[in-house]
Design a protein around this ligand. Structure first.
Ligand SMILES: NC(=O)C1=CN([C@@H]2O[C@H](COP(=O)(O)OP(=O)(O)OC[C@H]3O[C@@H](n4cnc5c(N)ncnc54)[C@H](O)[C@@H]3O)[C@@H](O)[C@H]2O)C=CC1
Ligand SMILES: O=C(O)C(=O)Cc1ccc(O)cc1
Length: 368
């Protein structure tokens, strides 16, 4: 993050929930003056108490307005802000862009608007969950309209860079298609999968491991926000969901054939399973690495860590002593066990060295 912000304040954040307050915290940390406004007096006051800025009193003029309300009201709030602040640049952070841009483009002052979308968030809504580091190293898409001025575009780019994000640019329609694939349909699939668990027997749930946790983490997301997001991106979501459902139906037919078959393995079933597994292997390899750079292959080293205070810290310190960088991390917990399985992702050439080193230090090590 730059030590000196390029963003020229004062900045007005309208909507001091998770995203608005996170941006406000990041800008305040850079000494940019920030004003906060929310329909909810509680959200507004809590954001101010968290150190995100001061409550907007209505008599000063911001240079930049960031609209961070739900996507269903974003276009209207952006247009209101273009009217209220005749010299300010206005951006928004809504997860869907085509519906917002289509409405704002008709505004006579649309040259002062550039849309944006930080690709970072959390399952929890509201200012209490905000984090000044939320956007560090995360993608941030700038979505200029035909009317956007270069000055407005530059201001929004600078905002994204100031909060530590990696900036890119897309037209609204392409943006919406891309996020349908990488964010909106994954949310639906995760929720639909987790919904299967609602009536599951406790015995079955007690067997849950990392696989289920990984695939259902985002099912805890805010239903109100996601209903608005998905409703606004229906066309693009349908274009991803349709082929996915077709693939699942094909798989289902292969499995159902086995229910009716007289032989244990009906022809076609294993081929259909293998095909989806191979296609999945190809797809997952294409997800970019942690800094948005080209996909990197990492090796995982599993370490059994006692469920006691300080043990994780001790493990990390010892990995540091070995001179090895932890690229990523996940933890599997088992019900009723006093240990957790910590999976350390490291450069493949260092995996065996790390495993030997930690074994020598009396850790229980598993190589993936
Ligand atoms: N939650 C996430 O992970 C991400 C959300 N976004 C987008 O950011 C925007 C905000 O999302 P969150 O911060 O998660 O929601 P949130 O629910 O935490 O905050 C939204 C805030 O906007 C306020 N608000 C609603 N209408 C308003 C109005 N007319 N004037 C002033 N305040 C108003 C609400 O009172 C609430 O405090 C949404 O458009 C969402 O699509 C973008 C990236 C990630
Ligand atoms: O995609 C993810 O997993 C996130 O990082 C969270 C997220 C949720 C909603 C968005 O509009 C953008 C990002």
């Amino acid at each position: 993050m730059p030590a000196v912000a390029a963003t020229k304040g004062p900045v007005l954040v309208v909507g001091t929930g998770l995203i608005g307050t996170s941006i406000a915290l990041a800008l305040t940390r850079l000494n940019v003056p920030v004003w906060l406004q929310d329909l909810s007096p509680t959200a507004q006051a809590l954001a101010a108490d968290m150190g995100a800025g001061s409550i907007y009193q209505g008599d000063d003029t911001p240079s930049l307005v960031i609209v961070a309300t739900g996507p269903d009201v974003t276009a209207k709030v952006v247009c209101d802000c273009l009217d209220r602040f005749p010299n300010a640049i206005v951006t928004d952070v809504a997860s869907v862009k085509e519906a917002v841009v289509a409405k704002v483009e008709d505004h006579p002052q649309a040259s002062r608007y550039v849309g944006s979308h930080p690709m970072a968030g959390r399952e929890v809504a509201g200012p209490a969950a905000a984090d000044a580091d939320l956007f560090q190293g995360r993608p941030w898409v700038c979505v200029p309209t035909e009317a956007s001025s270069p000055t407005a575009f530059l201001a929004v780019r600078e905002l994204a860079t100031d909060v530590g994000a990696i900036v890119s640019q897309l037209p609204a329609k392409e943006h919406d298609q891309a996020v349908a694939l990488v964010s909106h349909v994954p949310q639906l699939v995760s929720s639909a999968l987790a919904a299967r668990l609602a009536q599951a027997a406790p015995n079955a749930l007690s067997l849950a491991g990392g696989g289920l946790r990984d695939t259902t983490r985002i099912a805890a997301s805010d239903p109100r926000l996601w209903t608005a997001i998905l409703g606004q991106n229906a066309k693009s979501v349908a274009s991803v969901l349709g082929p996915l459902v077709a693939d699942l139906n094909q798989l289902l037919s292969a499995f159902q054939a086995s229910e009716e078959a007289t032989v244990a393995l009906p022809p076609g079933l294993l081929g259909a399973i293998n095909q989806v597994m191979l296609a999945g292997n190809e797809g997952v390899k294409r997800i970019p690495g942690k800094h948005g750079d080209s996909p990197i292959q990492l090796a995982e080293v599993g370490v059994l860590v006692p469920d006691k205070p300080g043990e994780l810290g001790r493990l990390f310190a010892e990995v540091g002593d070995a001179g090895i960088n932890i690229e990523d991390l996940r933890i599997e917990h088992s019900v009723g066990q006093q240990v957790g399985l910590v999976w350390l992702s490291v450069a493949p050439v260092t995996a065996q060295v790390l495993s030997d080193f930690l074994t020598n230090q009396n850790w229980r090590v598993v190589l993936a």
